[in-house]
Design a protein around this ligand. Structure first.
Ligand SMILES: C[S@@+](CC[C@H](N)C(=O)[O-])C[C@H]1O[C@@H](n2cnc3c(N)ncnc32)[C@H](O)[C@@H]1O
Length: 289
């Protein structure tokens, strides 16, 4: 074997050795990761689940509505349990979940964290801004499920309220939305909320044009935006932001789950005075300074 061949052989061996040790390391790291994940999963699986639903699983913390030492939590829990019965008996219709074999008790239970945040955001806005009367607005009402919890929060505080509700309540097939809402019927929503008296103003039509022909508030304490549409979210923010009083709250349902809505909201609040928090439910809360 010539000198050149010997050098080439030695180089080839070195390259092979390097390659094999890299593969070995890769396999070792991957196996370590798999075993670690497996044991973590096993340990997690053994733990008692304190809540499951809406993409969340908790283990060691007790949900606040199980804390029976707190009057507001007790009231929320009663409201939630009562709604399970109402929906089960179709005394409160959830047309968005009316499919074969729908389990309304389970649906409402799984939404508990979401509705707890809706309920508390109204308590927060009311306590922050007024002790006597509040104006609430909701863009994206559907069957009235979220506004139900907002109304119950007002009932607990025993404050006067006026509620401005905005929704197309019609098929939005042509609006390029993820959902069509062709099943919606404003009369069902009105019936669902009939026990809350005549402080509810139903503004039916497309956002933003509906704002031009509606009975609108001059100022608001709380706004909920749940439209699954970044354009309509932007229009709602532009229309209502200046009407929101200092200390008032804007609650977003779609912040965590819709990237375009998240970008829209973040951009909008960049130049605004206040504080924004994102919750594990995907909801976001802005408190105006
Ligand atoms: C996710 S649903 C609202 C759910 C409701 N907040 C609840 O959970 O009780 C979204 C609603 O936004 C409405 N919507 C979407 N885009 C709209 C627009 N541009 N104008 C008016 N309503 C719109 C739909 O009709 C639908 O009822």
């Amino acid at each position: 074997m010539s000198e050149i061949e010997r050098v080439l052989n030695a180089k080839e061996k070195k390259v092979k050795k390097n390659f094999l040790s890299k593969i070995n390391l890769l396999i070792k790291n991957s196996l370590n990761k798999i075993f670690k994940n497996y044991y973590q999963f096993k340990r997690f699986n053994k733990k008692k689940k304190t809540f499951q639903g809406w993409g969340l699983i908790t283990t060691d913390t007790v949900p606040p509505w199980k804390n029976q030492d707190n009057e507001e939590n007790i009231f929320f829990n009663k409201t939630n349990e009562n709604l399970k019965d109402l929906t089960d008996k179709k005394n409160f219709r959830l047309t968005q979940f009316e499919y074969e074999g729908a389990n309304y008790q389970k649906i409402i239970h799984e939404l508990s964290w979401r509705h707890y945040i809706v309920f508390n955001s109204v308590l927060l806005a009311s306590k922050n801004t007024s002790q006597k009367e509040v104006n609430l607005a909701e863009c994206g009402v559907c069957d009235g499920l979220t506004i139900y919890f907002a109304l119950k929060a007002c009932e607990l505080l025993n404050i006067d309220k006026k509620i401005y509700l905005y929704d197309a309540w019609e098929n939005l097939e042509n609006d390029n939305l993820r959902f069509k809402y062709d099943y919606l019927n404003i009369d069902i929503t009105k019936k669902n909320l009939e026990n809350f008296g005549n402080n509810l103003i139903f503004n039916k039509g497309l956002i933003p044009s509906v704002f031009q022909k509606s009975e609108n508030p001059t100022q608001i304490n709380w706004l909920h935006i749940d439209l699954n549409s970044s354009e309509a979210t932007q229009s709602s923010l532009e229309f209502f932001f200046d009407k929101l009083v200092s200390g008032g709250v804007i609650l977003f349902d779609d912040y965590g789950g819709f990237i375009n809505t998240r970008k829209t909201v973040d951009k909008f609040f960049k130049s605004k005075n206040g504080h924004f928090t994102n919750y594990p439910t995907g909801q976001g809360i802005f408190i105006k300074k």
